[in-house]
Design a protein around this ligand. Structure first.
Ligand SMILES: NC(=O)c1ccc[n+]([C@@H]2O[C@H](COP(=O)([O-])OP(=O)(O)OC[C@H]3O[C@@H](n4cnc5c(N)ncnc54)[C@H](O)[C@@H]3O)[C@@H](O)[C@H]2O)c1
Length: 252
């Protein structure tokens, strides 16, 4: 893709799952990539898979405002001006809303909504000052169609889409473009921790696949191309969108 060589990208949650696939693709396209993840070990595993590409891991909890700001400053010193921010880190523990409690809501909101505000706040001002940049937020089709047992998480993802559209309007004249990519059910460690293993897990997955026209779950690599495109010069006329990449599960 055009315009990615030597550009600096931050990918939050790049240690495993979808984030890892995004890091590897951006690195393959010639970007210098900074991984922000809770787990340094997982981040370093991803970096090792990128071979000779420049991929550096920063141990960051995205819900920690000060830690995010400090890490963003380090990325600029270590790798240069930041062109792309990919907000991918996310977390949930699916359970019926009526058995949850306010502490749980706070944790889900801190990671899945406020974490993104922290990274936008730290990075977008730098993008404005340098005359441009790309923000790509990994939301979820759960935001568009709802999902049982993930009500607070879905609310955060819906909030992230609204926030992205608003920021896209605010920053368009500064050449800072912001979009969401909305995955459907995807085979990642997060999914494995939710559905477990064995015959029951397979039944759950079969039920999910029945609702997907392309008749398979997503794989982390399914999101890498669209993210690279949105970060590249080929994505220069796309902003404020929430693009579903979910095998046709959701067509709005
Ligand atoms: N897997 C799915 O079915 C699915 C579907 C729709 C959307 N998504 C979204 O895609 C994104 C990636 O999901 P995944 O399935 O690859 O998840 P995952 O749990 O497999 O990986 C998430 C990564 O984020 C990191 N992380 C979690 N909390 C963090 C924090 N506070 N600060 C920094 N890093 C943190 C984890 O350490 C991990 O490396 C998430 O935003 C998720 O909501 C996933």
């Amino acid at each position: 893709m055009r315009g990615l060589k030597d550009r600096v990208a931050i990918v939050t949650g790049g240690g495993q799952g979808i984030g890892r696939a995004l890091v590897l693709r951006l690195a393959e396209e010639g970007c210098k990539v900074a991984i922000f993840d809770l787990s340094t070990e997982a981040g370093e595993e991803t970096a090792a898979l990128a071979g000779d590409a420049t991929v550096k891991t920063y141990q960051v909890d995205v819900s920690d405002y000060d830690a995010v700001n400090a890490a963003v400053e380090s990325v600029e010193k270590d790798l240069g001006p930041i062109w792309t921010l990919v907000n991918n880190a996310g977390w949930d523990k699916p359970q019926p809303f009526l058995v949850t409690n306010p502490e749980f809501w706070d944790k889900v909101i801190d990671i899945n909504l406020k974490g993104n505000l922290n990274t936008h706040f730290a990075v977008a001002s730098k993008m404005v000052a340098q005359g441009g940049g790309r923000i790509i937020n990994i939301a979820s089709d759960a935001a568009k169609v709802g999902t049982s047992n993930e009500a607070v998480y879905s609310a955060c993802k819906g909030g992230l889409i609204s926030f992205t559209k608003s920021i896209a309007r605010e920053l368009a004249r500064k050449n800072v473009l912001a979009n969401c990519v909305c995955p459907g059910p995807t085979n990642t460690p997060m999914m494995a921790s939710v559905v477990g293993t064995g015959p029951d897990a397979e039944k759950w997955k079969d039920a999910m696949v029945r609702g997907i026209p392309l008749k398979r779950m997503g794989e982390p690599e399914d999101y890498a191309g669209i993210v690279a495109l949105l970060a590249s010069d080929d994505g220069a006329y796309i902003t404020g969108q929430a693009i579903s990449v979910s095998g046709g599960m959701n067509m709005v």
